[in-house]
Structures are given as C-alpha cells and as structure tokens.
Design a protein around this ligand. Structure first.
Ligand SMILES: Cc1cc2nc3c(=O)[nH]c(=O)nc-3n(C[C@H](O)[C@H](O)[C@H](O)COP(=O)(O)O)c2cc1C
Length: 248
C-alpha cells in the first residue's frame, strides 16, 4: 500500500487497452469501502466507456486528450437525490437541500474517488483527476442526465499508462503539518518552505516559457486567473442553486 502511495504520479498518456470488467468492478468496490458521512454514501459514480459519450464529454474537460485516450472515465457526483428518495419513501423528512449537505456529499464523493484511484494504481493502472469537472458542471449535468440533488464534483481517467513520468515535487512536511495549533507563516518561513520548489530545473524552464518573474505568477496570471475563477465560480454557484442545494 505504501509503495503504491509513494509512487503516485498523474498519468496523462494512455494505451488503447481496455480495463477488464473484473478490474473495474474491483476498483469500484474498493472505492465504495471509503468512509462516508453517517455511512449514507452521498455520492454516485458515472462510468463512461462508450466512445460517443466520451466525445460528448471531452469538451467539458476542455478536450484534454486523456479523456478520449483512457478506456474509462469516472465522474464522481455529490448525490443527495437517492438518500432523499429513501427517506421520503420511508416516512422520514429529509433536510439535506442546503450548503452543509452539499459539502458533506462533496467530501463523500472525493473520498470514494481517491479510494478508486489508489485501487487502480495498486493494479498498475494510471489515473489522472480532471478538475475541469467543477468548471463545466452545468454542461455535464445535461450530458449525464443528472437529476436535482446530484452535482459532478470530480472526474478521473483510468487506463494503462503509455509513459512513465517522474514523481512531482511536494512541499516539505513541515510546510503543511501543524502540531496542536496552527502556526502562521512569516515571510521568512514562506521563503524557506518554497525555496526547493522554486529552485527546481522544471521551475526555471516554466519561467522562461511563460515569461514570468516568479512561479506564483504562473498560477495567478496564467493557470488559475482571477477573471476565470470568478466566471467559473458564478457558473458553479448557479448549478448549486439549480440542483436544489440552496432551498433554505
Ligand atoms: C481535484 C484535482 C483536479 C485536477 N485536475 C487536473 C486536470 O484537469 N488536468 C490534469 O492534467 N491534471 C489534473 N490534476 C492533477 C494535478 O495536476 C496533479 O495531481 C498535481 O500536479 C500533482 O502531480 P502528481 O499527481 O503527478 O503528483 C488534478 C488533480 C486534482 C486533485
């Protein structure tokens, strides 16, 4: 298990080899062993293997090539719809159409997603998350026919790797772990904690390619710009309302 975890790196090129039914079934079963809020399993997983469905979904993932390459695309959704129906059919009044329960369902969806990823990786398969899911959730809802109470949270491609990238860097443990209480960061701490990342050869290359002065500017000005964030946030906020998570 630890070897699998320590060898994780996202795979962005896939062979054209299918995943066996047995492997997919086991990955999904392992996924559903994840902890969930009150064991309510407030998620649904949509499995996409059909080429036409992948073609429909590809633009919602900004045409990232792995969507068409990988044999399996899993979309993990926060889902209060199924639980609400159970409650309503059992003379129980559900109170889950609010932001708190969107958050709880989103947490459940992410945990099952990560369990599936680890299960897939432990079988030698590659995975990559697709954060584009929250950007275009409105369009995915139509394509995947998601009813009210269901919102896509993340998607993952799974398949046989067709490249072998190295591990990506991480901040040192002391940058992200606080013992007992949070210790806020001084400017000096920030300088030290980000020094190794900033000194990487790959960072230097990125600065040249992006014509930027600092790595942080590549995030704020190019990759995750404020104007884009505000746009996609507005869209996602509307999705939450339309899907019935803000009824009170
Ligand atoms: C929620 C989430 C969304 C992500 N979205 C994308 C994506 O849309 N495209 C992509 O190529 N990688 C995506 N990634 C992968 C990250 O870029 C990757 O995990 C990070 O750079 C660390 O690299 P590693 O996974 O190889 O260790 C995403 C990861 C997460 C957790």
């Amino acid at each position: 298990m630890l070897t699998t975890l320590f060898n994780h790196r996202s795979i962005r090129k896939y062979k054209n080899t299918p995943i066996s039914e047995t492997d997919l079934h086991e990955i999904l079963e392992a996924g559903t062993r994840a902890s969930t809020t009150g064991n309510m399993q407030l998620y649904s997983i949509i499995v996409t293997r059909d080429e036409e469905m992948k073609k429909n979904l590809a633009p919602t993932h900004f045409n990232q090539p792995m969507v068409m390459q990988a044999p399996v695309l899993l979309t993990f959704c926060a889902d209060i719809n199924r639980f609400n129906k159970w409650c309503n059919n059992r003379n129980a009044e559900p109170g889950y159409d609010n932001f708190l329960w969107f958050t709880n369902a989103a947490i459940d969806a992410m945990l099952v997603a990560q369990n599936c990823c680890i299960a897939a990786e432990s079988k030698g398969l590659g995975i990559c998350y697709l954060g584009t899911t929250t950007y275009t959730a409105d369009k995915m809802i139509d394509i995947l026919k998601l009813p009210k109470g269901v919102i896509p949270i993340t998607a993952v491609v799974i398949g046989h790797p067709d490249h072998n990238p190295g591990l990506t860097d991480r901040l040192p443990l002391k940058a992200v772990v606080h013992y007992e209480t949070y210790k806020d960061y001084s400017n000096e701490d920030i300088n030290k904690l980000y020094a190794d990342k900033e000194a990487l050869e790959s960072t230097k290359q990125l600065l040249i390619e992006n014509k930027k002065e600092t790595l942080a500017q590549i995030f704020t000005d190019n990759r995750y710009k404020k104007s884009d964030n505000i746009h996609f946030s507005t869209v996602f906020f509307k999705v939450l309302k339309d899907q019935g998570f803000f009824n009170q």
